[in-house]
Ligand binder design. Structure first.
Ligand code: HEM
Length: 420
C-alpha cells in the first residue's frame, strides 16, 4: 500500500494521473507543503472540497494577486521583459484582481456577458457543431480535438468577440500563447516565443478596440468599449486588453479540453454512453459529471495575505496556495464513489470546476451551453463511437493548472439520418 510520502506530486507520472495521490492527500494531509522552487515562496497544496471552498469564499485572507505566477518561470528574464515592455502593461482586472477593483470590472463584464446574449448564441453554436460534424462524418473516423473541439470553442468565442473567420487561426495560436506559461513548465525559448505571440495579440486587440470605437458592432468588445466604470469613466486600452484576453483564453482551451475529456469518458464507459443515448435529457447532467471528473481548469493559485492556519497547518503570510479543483470535485465526502463516472449522479453539478464565490467563472453559462449542444448532436448523429485502434497514447499536456488530452482519435458509424 502506497503512502503519501511515496509520491512526488510534481513528477510527470503523478501529474498524468494524480487521483490516487489526491485521495491519500484528502484523507491524511488536505493541506500539504510542496517544494517551494516552483513559485519562489512557501507553497501548499489544498485538496479537499470543504477547504478549497472555504478559501475561495475568504477573499480577505486569500488573495488573487497571483499575476506573477501566470507569466511562466522566465517572466522576469530580460528578454521576456523587453518584449512585454513593447505591449500594454498587465492590469489586474478579473482573474488576478481583489476587491474592490475586481467587483468594478466584474460587474461590467457581467453586463456584457448576460444570459440573454448566451441564449442568442444558441443557433450559431448548433450550426457550427453541425458543420463540424458534417466535415468528418463520412470518413467514419477523426481526430476529435483538432476536427471538433478546438474549432468549436474558438469559433464560438471569436464570434462573441466579433473576430472575423479569416483571423481565427492566428487567434488560436495567440490564445494558446497566453496560457502557455501557466503550467510553469516552459523552456526560456518557448517563453520568448509566447511573449511575442501575446504582444501580437495585444496589437490585434488594440486595432479591434479602435475599430469598435469608430464603428460599434453587436459584440462584446463594443459593449466593453461603451461601458462606464462605476458609471463614470470608460475602460482604458490596457484594461480592455486585459479583460478581452481573459475572455478569449478562458473560453478557448477549457471548453476544448472538457469536450475531449468527456468524449473519452463516454467511450471508456459504453454503458454510461448508452444511458444518455437512450434518454438525451440526461445530457445536461452528463455535462456536469464531465466537468466534475475532467475539471479542465484543474487548479488555481491564491496568495495568503496574513498568517493563518488551515486544517492544523500554519501558513505564513506570503505563502502560495495551489487549490486543486480536480481533487475537490472527487472528494468522497461530497461525491459518494467520487472516482466513478455516473451520468445520473444526483449532485454532479456541485463540482468546483467553475470555482466558487467572487471569481466564479464568467463563461460558465456559455461553456455549459456549448457542451450540451455538442454532446446532443454528436450522440445523435454518430453511433458506436470508439477509440481508433493503435493511434491513441492518451497523453495529456504537462501543465499543473490546465488539464487536457493532446489527441483523441475516434471511429464511429453514421446514425440513421432520419433521427437527425
Ligand atoms: C469548461 C469551460 C470552463 C471552465 C472549466 C472554466 C473555469 C474557470 C475557473 C475555475 C475560474 C475561476 C478561477 C479562480 O477562482 O481563480 C474561471 C474564471 C473565469 N472564466 Fe472560466 N471556465 C470555462 C469557460 C469559460 C468561458 C467560455 C469564458 C468566457 C467566454 C470564461 C471566462 C472566465 C473569466 C473571464 C474568468 C475570471 C473571472 C473572475 O476572476 O472574476 N471561462 N473559469
Amino acid at each position: 500500500m502506497k503512502q503519501l510520502s511515496d509520491y512526488n506530486f510534481l513528477s510527470p507520472e503523478v501529474l498524468k494521473c494524480p487521483y490516487e495521490f489526491y485521495k491519500l492527500a484528502r484523507e491524511n494531509s488536505p493541506v500539504m507543503e510542496l517544494p517551494s522552487e516552483l513559485v519562489g515562496s512557501k507553497l501548499f497544496l489544498v485538496t479537499s472540497y470543504d477547504l478549497v471552498k472555504e478559501i475561495l469564499l475568504n477573499v480577505e485572507v486569500f488573495s488573487s494577486h497571483f499575476s506573477h505566477l501566470m507569466g511562466g518561470k522566465e517572466a522576469q528574464s530580460p528578454e521576456v521583459e523587453e518584449i512585454a515592455a513593447r505591449g500594454w502593461p498587465p492590469v489586474n482586472t478579473l482573474l488576478t484582481a481583489d476587491p474592490p477593483e475586481h467587483k468594478r470590472f466584474r460587474s461590467l463584464v457581467n453586463q456584457a456577458f448576460t444570459p440573454s446574449r448566451v441564449n442568442k448564441m444558441e443557433d450559431h453554436i448548433r450550426l457550427t457543431v453541425d458543420e463540424l460534424i458534417d466535415s468528418f462524418i463520412d470518413q467514419g473516423e477523426c481526430e476529435f480535438i483538432n476536427s471538433f473541439a478546438v474549432p468549436l470553442s474558438i469559433k464560438v468565442i471569436a464570434k462573441q468577440l466579433g473576430v472575423p473567420a479569416q483571423d481565427l487561426e492566428k487567434f488560436k495560436k495567440w490564445s494558446d500563447a497566453s496560457v502557455a506559461g501557466l503550467g510553469r513548465t516552459l523552456s526560456k525559448e518557448q517563453e520568448i516565443e509566447s511573449a511575442l505571440d501575446v504582444l501580437a495579440l495585444q496589437n490585434y486587440l488594440n486595432e479591434k478596440i479602435e475599430q469598435c470605437k469608430k464603428q460599434p458592432g453587436d459584440d462584446i468588445i463594443t459593449d466593453l468599449v461603451q461601458a462606464k466604470v462605476e458609471g463614470v469613466r470608460s475602460l482604458n486600452t490596457a484594461e480592455l486588453i486585459s479583460i478581452i484576453q481573459q475572455l478569449l483564453v478562458a473560453g478557448n482551451e477549457t471548453i476544448t479540453n472538457a469536450l475531449a475529456g468527456g468524449m473519452l469518458l463516454l467511450i471508456q464507459h459504453p454503458e454510461q454512453m448508452a444511458l444518455v443515448q437512450e434518454a438525451p435529457d440526461r445530457i445536461e447532467n452528463l455535462v456536469e459529471e464531465v466537468l466534475r471528473l475532467e475539471t479542465p481548469t484543474a487548479a488555481m493559485w491564491r496568495i495568503v495575505k496574513k498568517d493563518t492556519e488551515l486544517a492544523g497547518v500554519n501558513i505564513p503570510e506570503g505563502s502560495v496556495l495551489l487549490l486543486r479543483f480536480d481533487s475537490a470535485s472527487r472528494d468522497q465526502k461530497i461525491f459518494p464513489d467520487g472516482e466513478k463516472f455516473e451520468v445520473c449522479r444526483s449532485n454532479a453539478a456541485n463540482h468546483l470546476a467553475f470555482s466558487h464565490g467572487a471569481h466564479f467563472c464568467v463563461g460558465a453559462a456559455l461553456a455549459r451551453k456549448e457542451m450540451l449542444i455538442a454532446y446532443e448532436q454528436l450522440l445523435k448523429r454518430l453511433k458506436n463511437i470508439r477509440l481508433a485502434a493503435d493511434k491513441n497514447d492518451l497523453n495529456h499536456f504537462q501543465n499543473i493548472i490546465l488539464r487536457g488530452l493532446k489527441h483523441l482519435y475516434i471511429e464511429f458509424e453514421k446514425a440513421d439520418p432520419l433521427l437527425k
